[in-house]
Write a protein that binds this ligand. Structure first.
Ligand SMILES: [Zn+2]
Length: 635
């Protein structure tokens, strides 16, 4: 049976039942001109002559083979139309169909030889990186079609792919897909079909905090031996908004932008601080020094609550501008400070993803620094109440412009060490041994006036008020290979915990971690200044508190007095997603001075910092259970 009548007959049968809007041919439509038989050529000719019925509007792209000369001739003379209902989309094209579907396509194989820029010619099956960059300018797409695969597309997927030959994958296509976030991404893979789990792109301002979803589908060729899927029907609503949560069965995006990745893990590992990804198990411990990548995005950052792998069970308190978490692999043991009974190694972390405090906007910087100091004082108060004058504290920070996300580390220290000046001396001596610049006794506040990177240590003497401290600064530049372990190393020596310098050697099981966190929270409870910990409301879990951070502006938003909860209601918008949340029409009046009234067809909650899907879901559940009842009763 000949290809064209067979394929188009099949299509006609399906179309009769389903009434499709259009069809897309995503691989090679025509036989390879080098190997085409006489019969193939006459078949092509009958197509061109209109002797083969194409049952519905069908677009085709350029595969990895050149078009036969007769086809090129026809396309040139007939404005990309082969015959009735059969159109060439083009090698590199952005189009909108009459149904309003936006299609972006790029045919052919990457030709590194096209160095100078875009591929000029429309028919040869090669493209350049510049072509992909031009297409990135499309910004969005409903459908993306490329002949080659995007690099890394199978990462994070559990779907098996047993191909005779793995399709060639290109990083520039990864960048393209990550930029335009198509709803569907079609490609081809020889004799094998592959459909990945849908994946979601990280919510951002650009996506209105929603989750764009991409479905990657790679079709097998027609007539393949293993009878793998070569035709695929799908429905697409170009007006549908992106989901507000992650759909079941989807994964995080496997695509990492080539110019945006720098080893967040590397940085964190070498700083020895936190949150190792225990779930994927794909990351080697060794630093890969040859890899040069950009700073991590908030979604990749292990200090950002937007990261799916943030160890939420370690979070002990969340404020308006910063949060506090116990350290993974703490330097002290639960027995190091017997009066406490837990390691008390805390990290105070800004909610905003910035390398230094100084890098933040003025308002954020002031508020963040102030609150971090407040946490430090509150911790000191906790020490005093627990252990009298037994312990002072030491807090340090590496303020370095190429680190992903600044933070402070806090540790109790025996009071005598502080009183005798041993803490200060330990830092100075070690700095000297390492040929670092010397420490200056100065308080640089939020660091805004500083023109270089610096290491800061703040020492609290329990004989002084809790908010006081002596501050020492070691300024350094790129000529100094400053060890991110410096603070931990000095304190480890001082506390005779030399064997625990490397946090990897201090691993705890999750139950141990949870026990330490519980011990700490109990001790800190009365000193935690974050509002929600006061009053009669049951203490919420840390994740549910996240949602109470300030949201970005929505269409309607207001604040429920007495509660740190903001609600954004979008009129008649994503009713599909959330129609069951509350009754469709609802007037709500708050008890206090602020009152508001609107049609709720959905409650939409947007935190200021993007949350990971997991955290978001936890928050959402919490919000729903907390507030749905209120809304119903007011109704
Ligand atoms: Zn971050």
């Amino acid at each position: 049976m000949l290809l064209f009548p067979a394929v188009f007959d099949k299509l006609a049968g399906l179309h009769a039942k389903n009434n499709f809007a259009f069809a897309l041919v995503v691989g090679n439509l025509f036989p390879n001109p080098d190997t085409a038989t006489t019969q193939d050529n006459s078949n092509i000719q009958s197509l061109i002559n209109g002797n083969i019925d194409v049952p519905l509007m069908t677009y085709f792209v350029l595969g990895n083979k050149a078009f036969p000369p007769a086809v090129v001739q026809r396309l040139e003379s007939a404005d990309d139309e082969i015959c009735h209902n059969l159109y060439f989309l083009g090698k590199r094209k952005v189009i909108k169909t009459s149904e309003g579907i936006r299609i972006v396509c790029l045919g052919g194989q990457l030709d590194p030889g096209i160095i100078a820029g875009e591929s000029k010619d429309k028919y040869p099956p090669y493209y350049s990186e510049t072509d992909t960059k031009i297409l990135r300018g499309a910004k969005t797409a409903d459908i993306l079609i490329t002949n080659q695969w995007p690099a890394g597309i199978r990462a994070r997927s559990k779907v098996q792919f047993h191909a005779d030959e793995e399709p060639l994958a290109q990083q520039c296509l990864t960048d393209l897909c990550a930029t335009i976030k198509p709803k569907y991404y079609f490609s081809t893979s020889g004799g094998t079909f592959y459909e990945r789990e849908p994946f979601f792109h990280t919510p951002s301002e650009e996506t209105d905090g929603l989750y764009p979803i991409t479905r990657f589908i790679s079709l097998a060729s027609y007539g393949n031996e293993k009878k793998q899927k070569w035709i695929y029907a799908f429905s697409l609503d170009p007006t549908a908004s992106n989901p507000i949560t992650v759909p079941a069965g989807s994964t995080a995006s496997p695509l990492s932008l080539s110019d945006k990745k720098r080893g967040v893990q590397d940085n964190h590992e070498s700083s020895g601080l936190v949150y190792e990804d225990n779930h994927g198990g794909r990351r080697p411990h060794k630093r890969r020094r040859h890899e040069r990548r950009g700073p991590p995005t908030a979604a990749e950052c292990f200090f950002c609550l937007a990261n799916d792998n943030v160890a939420t069970h370690l979070i002990t308190s969340i404020g308006d501008n910063s949060y506090m978490t116990t350290a993974k692999g703490p330097l002290p043991m639960p027995t190091t400070f017997p009066e406490l009974g837990f390691p008390s190694h805390l990290l105070i972390i800004p909610l905003i993803h910035q390398p230094t405090l100084a890098a933040m906007d003025e308002d954020d910087r002031h508020a963040t620094y102030e609150e971090m100091q407040k946490y430090r004082s509150a911790m000191n108060s906790m020490l005093k109440s627990r252990a009298g004058g037994e312990y002072g504290s030491v807090t340090w920070e590496v303020s370095k412009s190429n680190l992903p996300h600044t933070h402070w580390q806090y540790l109790p220290i025996p009071a005598d060490f502080v009183r005798k000046g041993l803490v200060e001396a330990a830092f100075k001596v070690r700095a000297e041994q390492l040929n670092y610049p010397s420490f200056k006794s100065i308080d640089v506040g939020d660091g805004f006036e500083e023109s270089s990177d610096f290491f800061r240590v703040m020492i609290w003497n329990p004989d002084h008020p809790e908010d006081q401290f002596s501050s020492f600064i070691l300024r350094f530049d790129e000529k100094i290979r400053f060890s991110l372990q410096f603070g931990r190393e000095v304190i480890a020596k001082l506390l005779k915990l030399d064997t625990r310098v490397d946090w990897h050697d201090c691993g705890q099981t999750q139950p141990q971690e949870e026990a330490d966190v519980a011990g700490f929270k109990e001790a800190f409870k009365q000193f935690d200044f974050t509002e929600d910990y006061k009053g009669t409301r049951p203490r919420p879990t840390p994740t549910s508190l996240l949602i109470s951070q300030l949201p970005d502006p929505g269409i309607t938003k207001t604040r429920i007095p007495g509660q740190k909860l903001w609600i954004t209601a979008l009129k008649g918008w994503h009713s599909k997603q959330r129609s069951s949340l509350v009754s469709p029409r609802l007037d709500y009046q708050s008890a206090g001075t602020l009152s508001f009234c609107f049609d709720i067809e959905g409650i939409f909650i947007t935190p200021k910092t993007p949350l990971s899907s997991r955290v978001f879901e936890e928050c959402e559940d919490r919000i729903l259970s907390d507030w749905a009842g209120v809304f119903r009763s007011e109704c």
